[in-house]
Design a protein around this ligand. Structure first.
Ligand SMILES: C[S@@+](CC[C@H](N)C(=O)[O-])C[C@H]1O[C@@H](n2cnc3c(N)ncnc32)[C@H](O)[C@@H]1O
Length: 226
C-alpha cells in the first residue's frame, strides 16, 4: 500500500517512520510512504503558501495554488490514482469501519493543513474527502495523518506480528471493547490476576472474556443527582 503525505513540516514524521512496526513495514516494503513539502510548489521569491482570509478574521489560510499543484504533480507518479484525504476537524469521523474501508484503497494521498486550514477550493478542485480524527483541534494535520496511517497499516498483511490481534480488538464490532488483559507477575501491589485466567480451562477463559467485553462495552451509567 502506498501513502503520499503532503505537509509543510515533513520532518515531523521522521521519528514515527523510523521506529517499531512502521520501520519494519517500510524495510520489508509492505508499505511505501512518500513525504512531500507543499512549499516546493509555491511560486515567488518567498515561496508563499498561505495568505489572509477573505472577509477578515484571525490567522492565515493555505492557498489553493501550491496545494493543488503538489497533488497534481505527484498523483500521476503511480498508476493507482488513489483517494485524496484532506485532514480537517470538520471532516468525516475516522472510525474502525472507515479504517477498513480505507485499507482497501491501495493508495492514499493525505493533505495536512496548518494555521486556519485549507482554502475551500482545495477540497473541490481535488475532489478530496475531509477526514477528522476526533472532535478537537490539533495544531496541524500531521498527527491526524499519522493516526490514519497507523490505523490503516494494521490491515496490511504482514505488518502485525500476529494477525489474530485484529480479530478480537476493540471497535471491530462498533461499540464493542476488548476484555481486560493481564501478564506477569501473578500479583501486583495486592492485585491478583483473576483465577480463571490461570485455570487452563480454555472454554471458561473464553466465556469470562466474552462477559468482561460485554461489561466494558456497556455505555457508562448516568450519575443520578441526589
Ligand atoms: C489549527 S487546525 C485548523 C482548524 C480550523 N480553523 C477549524 O476551526 O476547523 C490546522 C489543521 O490541523 C488539522 N487538524 C486539526 N484538528 C484536526 C482533526 N481533529 N482531525 C483532522 N485534522 C485536524 C487540519 O489539517 C487543519 O487544517
Amino acid at each position: 500500500m502506498r501513502f503520499d503525505v503532503f505537509t509543510l513540516f515533513p520532518e515531523i514524521f521522521s521519528g514515527y517512520l523510523t521506529q517499531s512496526l512502521l520501520k519494519l513495514a517500510l524495510d520489508r516494503r509492505l508499505v511505501e510512504i512518500h513525504l512531500w513539502d507543499f512549499r516546493d510548489w509555491a511560486e515567488g521569491k518567498h515561496q508563499q503558501v498561505d495568505d489572509r482570509p477573505y472577509g477578515g478574521g484571525p490567522g492565515m489560510v493555505l492557498m489553493p495554488g501550491p496545494i493543488t499543484a503538489a497533488v497534481e504533480a505527484i498523483r500521476p507518479q503511480h498508476p493507482e490514482p488513489g483517494e485524496v484525504l484532506l485532514l480537517s476537524p470538520a471532516g468525516e469521523r475516522l472510525t474502525q469501519p472507515l479504517v477498513r474501508e480505507l485499507h482497501s484503497k491501495k493508495r492514499l494521498l493525505l493533505l495536512c493543513g496548518r494555521y486556519e486550514g485549507f482554502d475551500e477550493r482545495v477540497r473541490l478542485a481535488l475532489d478530496a474527502r475531509p477526514i477528522s480524527v476526533g472532535d478537537f483541534v490539533c495544531n496541524g494535520g500531521e498527527v491526524p495523518a499519522m493516526t490514519v496511517i497507523d490505523t490503516v497499516v494494521r490491515y496490511v498483511p504482514g505488518v502485525l506480528g500476529d494477525e489474530d490481534s485484529l480479530a478480537e480488538e476493540s471497535h471491530n464490532d462498533p461499540g464493542r471493547l476488548e476484555y481486560p488483559q493481564y501478564t506477569r507477575p501473578r500479583e501486583f501491589r495486592g492485585m491478583p490476576v483473576p483465577d480463571i485466567l490461570l485455570s487452563g480451562d480454555h472454554a471458561a477463559v473464553a466465556r469470562w472474556r466474552a462477559e468482561q467485553s460485554e461489561l466494558r462495552s456497556r455505555p457508562p451509567q448516568r450519575k443520578v443527582e441526589p
